[in-house]
Design a protein around this ligand. Structure first.
Ligand code: ZN
Length: 128
């Protein structure tokens, strides 16, 4: 098995911009006219955040390997946006803002949780 390079990206668990260590790569599917050089490859990558230690599973589709075109989506953890369906935009924004600093800055987190509660109160007609 070949070595998987680390990447620096925002961890979907702790929201820190940090190194995501490559742990495993599995070629899911590939195809093309040339038997030796497929023109598209789809693979899964398992990474581990060096800050929080949580796993991240990503699916990458290289449409044209020579051109370097790749589309990537995170399979785990599933994006929190999906579970925000039906939640008012102002509340969702306040929630995302609070979560983004949760593991970095406790004081800012406390302030933003206060704003989240305020946004909920306003949505419920209790603000002022
Ligand atoms: Zn993390």
């Amino acid at each position: 098995m070949s070595e998987i390079p680390s990447v620096v990206d925002v961890c979907p668990h702790c929201h820190q911009r940090t190194a995501l260590e490559g742990k495993a790569k599995v070629v899911k599917a590939k195809g093309g006219d040339n038997y030796h050089e497929p023109y598209w490859v789809e693979h899964w990558e398992l990474r581990q955040c060096v800050s929080c230690g949580q796993p991240i599973l990503r699916e990458t589709l290289f449409v044209d390997i020579d051109e370097g075109d790749a589309s990537e989506k995170t399979l785990f953890p599933t994006p929190t946006r999906g579970s925000m369906a039906g939640i008012p935009e102002s509340v969702a924004k306040a929630y995302e803002a609070a979560r983004s600093v949760q593991s970095i800055e406790p004081n800012a987190y406390a302030v933003l949780v206060g704003r989240l509660l305020e946004a909920i109160a306003v949505e419920q007609g209790l603000g002022g």
